[in-house]
Design a protein around this ligand. Structure first.
Ligand SMILES: *[C@@H]1O[C@H](CO)[C@@H](O)[C@H](O)[C@H]1NC(C)=O
Ligand SMILES: *[C@@H]1O[C@H](CO)[C@@H](O)[C@H](O)[C@H]1NC(C)=O
Ligand SMILES: *[C@@H]1O[C@H](CO)[C@@H](O)[C@H](O)[C@H]1NC(C)=O
Ligand SMILES: *[C@@H]1O[C@H](CO)[C@@H](O)[C@H](O)[C@H]1NC(C)=O
Ligand SMILES: *[C@@H]1O[C@H](CO)[C@@H](O)[C@H](O)[C@H]1NC(C)=O
Ligand SMILES: *[C@@H]1O[C@H](CO)[C@@H](O)[C@H](O)[C@H]1NC(C)=O
Ligand SMILES: *[C@@H]1O[C@H](CO)[C@@H](O)[C@H](O)[C@H]1NC(C)=O
Ligand SMILES: *[C@@H]1O[C@H](CO)[C@@H](O)[C@H](O)[C@H]1NC(C)=O
Ligand SMILES: *[C@@H]1O[C@H](CO)[C@@H](O)[C@H](O)[C@H]1NC(C)=O
Ligand SMILES: [Zn+2]
Length: 660
C-alpha cells in the first residue's frame, strides 16, 4: 500500500508562494511599530500588584534554551528578547531613580529546545548574538551548553569574550592542549553603584553525561583551590551563588552520571558554615520550575522557570552596611520587602546576626507585564514609550532571522493543544497520543505500509504543542532532537517482541503497562474548571487582586516556601494569577507505535528505533549481530515527523485560532 499523500519528501517542501506572501504581509510596517513577534498574541491579563524593591534587587532568567522569540501561541509568554531588553533598560532606570541596586543574572542552558538556537551547527550561532544584547551583570553555564564541545566553543567566542569577567564558571574545567582551563572567570568581586560589596560565584551541576575533557568540580576541590582562598580574603556584604543546579536539593544527592553532590548547594552549605554572619543569595536553575526556598534567616534560593516563560524578581533589604552604603534604605513610592526566611528544618539553625527582609516574584514573560512594572502601565495598550531603540531593533532582528531560516513557515493549524504532563497519558489531548498518530502516519520504509513496531523515547518531546498555527519553529520546540530512524527487518512478532516496550520501560524503572488511559480523560476545560481555587480562597483571589477568577487563564500556579498560589493569592509568588493545569501526569519512558500490525495475522515486523536505544533493543530481542540500517532517508529525523504530519493532516486553514 502506497502512502503517496504522506510521502515526506514531497510534503516537507516549503510552500514557497505561501511563505513569501506571509513574509511580505508581515514586513509591511515592522520598522514603524515593532511589537513582539507578529505571530504572537497579547494577553488581556495585566498584573495588579507592584513589585517590592529592596536595597539590592535581582532580575533572573534561566534555561532560556534559545526561546528568544517568545511563545507565539501562548498569550502569557508572548514577549520576545527585544521586549525583555526594553524592560531591563527601564528597570535599571527605575533602580537609579529609587537609589537602589539592580543586578541582572542568567544561570545557563541557552541552547537546545528552540529553532533559533538549534537550526545552526553548532547550536547557538544565530541565537548567541541576539542573546547578548541583554546586558547581563552575571551569567553562568548550563549542562546543555556543555554536551557538545563545539557548542561550548561557540559560547566562549560569542559570550565569554563578550561578557568577559561577568561570565562565571567557578567549577567547570575544559582540557585544552593538555591543560585544564576555566571557560569563564572563577569569581567576581562587585561593588555595586551604591557601594554594596558582593562576591559572586557560578556553580554548575555535576550529574550529567559530560563529554571527555570536561570536568565539573565538587565542593572539596573548589574550596581547596588557591583562587578560592583569594576570594575569601575580601570584605563582603553579600555572597551571591549563581548556578545551573536545583535550588531545592540537599548537598548530597543520588546521581546518575557523576559525583554525589549538588555543588551549588554544597557550596551554599559551606558558606553558611564558614561565613554564617554574611547573608547569601542563591539563583539557580536546571529543573525548569519556579521555586523559592528559605535555607535560613540569612540565605535563600530562587529559580525562575524556563524557555522565556518567566522573569524572576528578588528584592533584599537589610544586607547593606550603613557605613559604606549610600543608597536608599527607605523607599516611599514602591513597596519594600517585609518578609523573612525561617529555616526549613530545626537542624539548620539561624546563624546570621542580620535580618534579611526579602520577597520574590515570578513575572510572566509578556509585554503587558513588562510595561506594568517598568512604567506603571495598566492597558489596554502597551504605551509606545515602552520600546527602546535596541529593543525594537532586536524584535526586528529576531523576526528577520526566524523568517530567513524558515522557522516562521506555517505547516498547518493545530486544532487543539496537546500536553506532556497536563493531561493523562493516552488521553486525546496528551501529546504522546498525537505523537503516536504522527509516527504511524509518517514513519514507514520506502513509502510502504509494512508491519512495523516503532519504539520512541518519550523524553525526545520537550514542550507542549499549543493550539494555533504550527510552524517549523514549533516543531523544533516540541521535538528538538534530530535523531535518525533505524530498523531491524523481519523480526518475528512473537511474545518477546510484543513485550519489548514493557521490558525497555522496566529497565528504566518506568511502568511497563501503559497501553490504555489509566484515568478518566475528561476534557481539558473540565479539568481546568475543577482544579480552580477552592472555596474561600477563590473569594480571596477575587477581592485581593481585584480580578475575577473566571477571568483567569491557565498558566503557572506556584508553590514555594513563601506561599502556595493555589491556596492564598496574598503570599503567592506568581505575578499574574492563573488557573492551574494538571502538571505531573506521568508517562512511560518509551512508547510504541504499532504500524499496520494485526495481532493475529502479523508474523514479522520491522522494529524501528533511534540510535540511543539500539543496544537495549538488540539485547532484549536476543539478536546476534543483526543488520541495522536507516529506515528512511537519513535527512528525515525526529525533528521532521511532526512537520510532515502537520503539513498533510492539519493543513492550512483560512483562520487559525490559538487556544485559551
Ligand atoms: C565539531 O567541529 C569540528 C570541526 O568543525 C567537526 O569536525 C566535528 O564533527 C564537530 N563535532 C560535532 C559533535 O558536531
Ligand atoms: C583536569 O582535572 C581533572 C579533574 O580534577 C583531572 O582528572 C584531570 O587529570 C585534569 N587534567 C589535566 C590535564 O590536568
Ligand atoms: C556611592 O558609592 C559608590 C561606591 O562606593 C560610589 O561609586 C558612588 O559614587 C557613590 N554615590 C554617591 C552619590 O555618593
Ligand atoms: C588576606 O591575605 C593576606 C596575605 O595572604 C593575609 O595576611 C590576611 O590575613 C588575609 N586576610 C583575611 C581577611 O583573610
Ligand atoms: C522547591 O523547593 C523545595 C525545597 O525548598 C522542594 O522540596 C520542592 O520540590 C521544589 N519545588 C519544585 C517544583 O521543584
Ligand atoms: C497587541 O496590542 C497592540 C497594542 O498594544 C496592537 O497594536 C497589536 O495589534 C495587538 N496584537 C494582536 C496580535 O492582537
Ligand atoms: C495508522 O495508520 C493507519 C493507516 O493510515 C490507520 O488505519 C491506523 O488507524 C493508524 N493507527 C494509529 C495508531 O494511528
Ligand atoms: C528499501 O529498499 C531498498 C532497496 O530495495 C532496500 O535495500 C531497503 O532495505 C528498503 N528499506 C526498507 C525500510 O524496507
Ligand atoms: C484475534 O483472534 C481472536 C481469536 O480468534 C479474536 O477474538 C480477536 O478479535 C482477533 N483480534 C484481531 C485484532 O483480529
Ligand atoms: Zn534546562
Amino acid at each position: 500500500m502506497a502512502f503517496s499523500a504522506l510521502a515526506w519528501t514531497a510534503a516537507i517542501a516549503i510552500p514557497a508562494v505561501f511563505a513569501q506572501d506571509r513574509e511580505s504581509d508581515r514586513s509591511k510596517s515592522p520598522k514603524i511599530a515593532p511589537r513582539m513577534q507578529h505571530d504572537s498574541h497579547n494577553t488581556t491579563h495585566w498584573p495588579t500588584k507592584p513589585l517590592p524593591w529592596g536595597e539590592i534587587n535581582f532580575i533572573h532568567t534561566t534555561d532560556t534554551h534559545g526561546w528568544l522569540e517568545g511563545h507565539a501561541n501562548e498569550v502569557n509568554y508572548g514577549a520576545d528578547w527585544g521586549d525583555f531588553v526594553s524592560f531591563v533598560t527601564h528597570m535599571r532606570d527605575k533602580a537609579d531613580q529609587q537609589n537602589v541596586d539592580l543586578l541582572v543574572v542568567d544561570t545557563g542552558d541557552i541552547v537546545t529546545g528552540n529553532g533559533l538556537s538549534d537550526i545552526s551547527t553548532p547550536e547557538g550561532q544565530l541565537s548567541n548574538p541576539i542573546f547578548r544584547y541583554l546586558d547581563y551583570d552575571l551569567l553562568t553555564i548550563g549542562n546543555n551548553d556543555l554536551y557538545d564541545p563545539n557548542v561550548t566553543r561557540q559560547i566562549e567566542n560569542d559570550l565569554v569574550s563578550y561578557y568577559e569577567d561577568r561570565y562565571l564558571t567557578s567549577n567547570v574545567l575544559v582540557e585544552e592542549d593538555g591543560k585544564n582551563t576555566s571557560i569563564g572567570e572563577k569569581y567576581k568581586y562587585i561593588t555595586t553603584k551604591h557601594g554594596l560589596r558582593i562576591m559572586a560565584f557560578g556553580f554548575t551541576l555535576q550529574d550529567f553525561n559530560s563529554p571527555p575533557g570536561l570536568y565539573v568540580q565538587g565542593e572539596e576541590e573548589i574550596t581547596n583551590e588557591e583562587w578560592f582562598n583569594d576570594a575569601m580574603n575580601k570584605t563582603v556584604d553579600l555572597y551571591l551563588l549563581i548556578g545551573h543546579a536545583d535550588i531545592g536539593q540537599s548537598c548530597k544527592i543520588k546521581t546518575k552520571y557523576h559525583g554525589d553532590q549538588n555543588p551549588l548547594i554544597c557550596m551554599k552549605d559551606w558558606f553558611r558554615e564558614n561565613k554564617p554572619e554574611i547573608p547569601l543569595q542563591v539563583l539557580g536553575g536546571h529543573t525548569h520550575v519556579r521555586n523559592f526556598t528559605c535555607y535560613d534567616s540569612g540565605s535563600s534560593g530562587l529559580e525562575s522557570g524556563r524557555y522565556s516563560d518567566t522573569v524572576g524578581w528578588l528584592a533584599l533589604s537589610g544586607v547593606a552596611p550603613s557605613d559604606t552604603w549610600n543608597g536608599s534604605k527607605t523607599l516611599t513610592d514602591v513597596p519594600m520587602p517585609t518578609r523573612t526566611c525561617t529555616p526549613h528544618s530545626s537542624t539548620s539553625s539561624s546563624t546570621t546576626d542580620k535580618t534579611v527582609r526579602l520577597d520574590r516574584r515570578y513575572l510572566d514573560f509578556n509585554r503587558q507585564t513588562f510595561a506594568y512594572h517598568a512604567l506603571g502601565a495598566t492597558g489596554p495598550d502597551v504605551p509606545a514609550s515602552f520600546d527602546t531603540p535596541t529593543g525594537q531593533y532586536l524584535t526586528n532582528d529576531i523576526e528577520g532571522t526566524r523568517s530567513q531560516y524558515k522557522l516562521t513557515t506555517e505547516l498547518g493549524c493545530a486544532p487543539q493543544s496537546y500536553y506532556i504532563a497536563a493531561s493523562p497519558y493516552n488521553c486525546p489531548d496528551n501529546i504522546y497520543t498525537l505523537v503516536r498518530s504522527a509516527l504511524n502516519a509518517t514513519v514507514h520504509g520506502n513509502n510502504s505500509d509494512s508491519a512495523r513496531l516503532i519504539i520512541f523515547n518519550t523524553y525526545g518531546i520537550r514542550y507542549d504543542l499549543y493550539q494555533g498555527p504550527f510552524t517549523v519553529g514549533d516543531a523544533f520546540t516540541v521535538s528538538s532532537y534530530a535523531d535518525i530512524f533505524y530498523y531491524i527487518a523481519d523480526v518475528p512478532y512473537d511474545d518477546v517482541t510484543k513485550k519489548l516496550q514493557g521490558e525497555l520501560n522496566a529497565r528504566k524503572g518506568s511502568d511497563p503497562d501503559y497501553e490504555e488511559p489509566k484515568k478518566d480523560c475528561g476534557s481539558n476545560s473540565v479539568r481546568l474548571s475543577t482544579s480552580r481555587y477552592a472555596g474561600a480562597s477563590q473569594q480571596n483571589v477575587l477581592t485581593s487582586r481585584a480580578s475575577d477568577p473566571d477571568n483567569l487563564n491557565p498558566g503557572h500556579v506556584t508553590k514555594d516556601d513563601f506561599g502556595d498560589c493555589s491556596v492564598n493569592p496574598e503570599d503567592c509568588g506568581d505575578d499574574t494569577l492563573h488557573i492551574p493545569r494538571l502538571e505531573n501526569e506521568p508517562h512511560p519512558y518509551f512508547m510504541q507505535v504499532k504500524g499496520n500490525i494485526d495481532e493475529n495475522e502479523t508474523k514479522t515486523v520491522d522494529v524501528v528505533f533511534t540510535i540511543d536505544i539500539q543496544k537495549s533493543i538488540i539485547d532484549l530481542l536476543g539478536l546476534k549481530d543483526p543488520v541495522v540500517k536507516p529506515y528512511m532517508d537519513e535527512s528525515f529525523t525526529t525533528r521532521d515527523f511532526l512537520q510532515v504530519y502537520a503539513k498533510t493532516v492539519w493543513c492550512e486553514k483560512p483562520t487559525c485560532e490559538i487556544g485559551p
